[in-house]
Design a protein around this ligand. Structure first.
Ligand code: NDP
Length: 487
């Protein structure tokens, strides 16, 4: 059987590049090349812009309710094709089927549905100023771009394109080179639903293609999801044409477990926030601060459940709940952090090694890993690892633990477990993070705005305010009286 080759998706169809350059995509659970993708060369880039201009002209002049109806058709198609799309995500990312089947496609569809519903409700203002008045219109920005990470490829494409398209923009999306197929399938669905050609184009490639998007003077905004370091480059490059930016970047988020907490629930949160999607989630609570009074109980239950309940293996097996990391390179990076943890004096409670499960012997697995005896200055406690590596620390003073939790340049997420309602709110209000949970961890419904404080991001995705990030306000002053002029 020949290995498929996917072209860039431009103006409603696949378009062949001129350079002939391609890259290979591997299944992280098998190390096999599963398909090739053509790189977006100068010819494709130019075609993407020209078609987006035409797409924008058609889409932005439709009424919001017409756009809404079309987007809702796309939502229905996404849900109808849930299993097919979920399988693509499993093969591209190495994450377990049992997650992708109920999370990845559905949370993407939810966000498009949410913004499709909001679009017709967006209104301007009108105000009298003396006998004259002004009114405002919410107008789309034009052509916007999205650059995605590899951990939730389809969901990221939906979260970015949903509000952008609902507001009347055209969108050019570059998925991560590791996971390019989900975005193509989304593009096909948009066309099938009736979105005009050129409104959602997909360009493929690595950093150079991302850089082109950030530099193009024809693009008004870039919404980026990725590492802090790359985000800084994107902002610097976007400044050349004064683009609007949304930055969804990395984190090193704290979870505070007080001594009155439901410990089993707190352990569930810690495991979800470190081992779900084999640890490749930006909001993960990789710094767990446990009150000294409940520390032993917490780590005993954590060790037992980690060793007994996690099943690594072929991600397509519905019983497997722990998949392979995205690449060999990333597996090695995660292992190098584990080595640093050991050499800097942390104690391995469990894990700390690569895995080679019988059903996926060539996959890039790292065992769910818990370090105890950690201190705030250790590399594993300070830097984002983006793998299944949890650091447990202890505390006995509320103010002190808040100070320690905030002592980082990152501020994506945070969580608190306590049964004391006053303490829960008092503490969470002092934590410097954009996405916070009380007695919960990780849920991110379409309705809730998400984004980072400090170097974890700029702007927000989801929630009502995101529609504003994809529109600009036009003010129109209407003279009802004669102009008074000294000339
Ligand atoms: P990267 O920053 O490496 O890459 C993100 C995207 O940017 C990829 O499509 C990449 O292309 C592209 N890119 C790389 N260099 C440039 C450049 N100079 N200009 C423009 N685009 C560029 O992140 P990862 O893909 O490794 O994703 C993991 C990171 O994403 C973690 O830090 C994680 O915390 C963060 N993340 C944040 C989320 C949030 O919502 N806050 C959600 C999910 C992840 P290519 O990969 O093809 O080379």
């Amino acid at each position: 059987m020949t290995t498929p080759v996917y072209q860039n998706f431009i103006n409603g169809h696949f378009l062949k590049n001129q350079s002939g350059e391609t890259f290979a995509v591997k299944n992280p659970a098998t190390d096999d090349v599963i398909y090739y993708v053509e790189v977006a060369d100068a010819f494709i880039q130019n075609a993407a812009i020209q078609s987006a201009k035409q797409g924008f002209a058609a889409w932005s002049t439709m009424s919001p309710i017409e756009r809404s109806r079309i987007l809702l058709k796309a939502v229905a198609l996404l849900r109808e094709r849930n299993d097919l799309l979920a399988k693509i995500e499993v093969l591209d990312t190495g994450k377990p089927w049992q997650e992708a089947e109920c999370v990845d496609v559905q949370t993407g569809a939810d966000v498009i549905e949410y913004f499709a519903g909001l679009a017709p409700a967006q209104v301007g203002q009108q105000q009298m100023v003396g006998e004259d008045f002004y009114y405002t219109r919410k107008e789309p920005l034009g052509i916007c771009a999205g650059i995605g990470a590899w951990n939730y490829p389809l969901q990221i494409a939906c979260w970015k394109s949903g509000p952008a398209l609902a507001a009347g923009n055209a969108f050019i999306f570059k998925p991560s080179e590791e996971t390019p197929l989900g975005a193509i399938k989304l593009a096909e669905i948009f066309i099938e639903a009736g979105v005009p050609a050129g409104v959602f184009n997909v360009v493929q490639g690595a950093a150079e293609v991302g850089q082109w998007l950030t530099q193009s003077a024809d693009i008004e905004k870039v919404s980026f999801t990725g590492e802090v370091g790359t985000g800084k480059k994107v902002v610097a490059s976007a400044a050349g044409s004064l683009k609007d930016v949304t930055m969804e970047l990395g984190g090193k988020s704290p979870l505070l477990v007080f001594d009155d907490a439901d410990i089993s629930q707190a352990v569930s949160a810690a495991m979800l926030g470190n081992f779900y999607t084999q640890g490749e989630i930006c909001t993960n609570c990789t710094r767990i601060y446990v009150h000294k009074n409940v520390y032993q109980q917490f780590i005993d239950e954590l060790k037992t459940r980690t060793e007994e309940n996690i099943i690594a293996g072929d991600p397509l097996d519905p019983n497997v709940n722990f998949g392979a990391l995205i690449s060999k390179k990333h597996q090695q990076l995660v292992m190098s952090y584990i080595d640093k943890g050991i050499s800097e004096g942390a104690t391995l409670l469990t894990g700390g090694k690569t895995l080679s499960p019988a059903s996926a012997p060539n996959g890039y697995f790292v065992a769910p890993t818990v370090f105890i005896d950690c201190t705030d200055d250790m590399t594993i406690v300070k830097e984002e690892i983006f793998g299944p590596v949890m650091s447990v620390l202890t505390f006995d003073d509320e103010d002190d633990v808040i100070h320690r939790a905030n002592d980082t340049h990152l501020g994506l997420a945070a969580g608190v477990f306590t049964k004391d309602i006053k303490r829960a709110h008092r503490v969470i209000h002092q934590l410097q993070a954009g996405i916070c949970w009380i007695n919960s961890y990780g849920n991110s419904p379409a309705e809730m705005p998400v984004g980072g404080y400090k170097q974890s991001g700029i702007g927000r995705e989801n929630g009502i305010e995101t529609l504003d990030h994809y529109t600009q306000t036009k003010s129109i002053y209407v003279g009802m009286t004669n102009i008074e002029s000294p000339f």
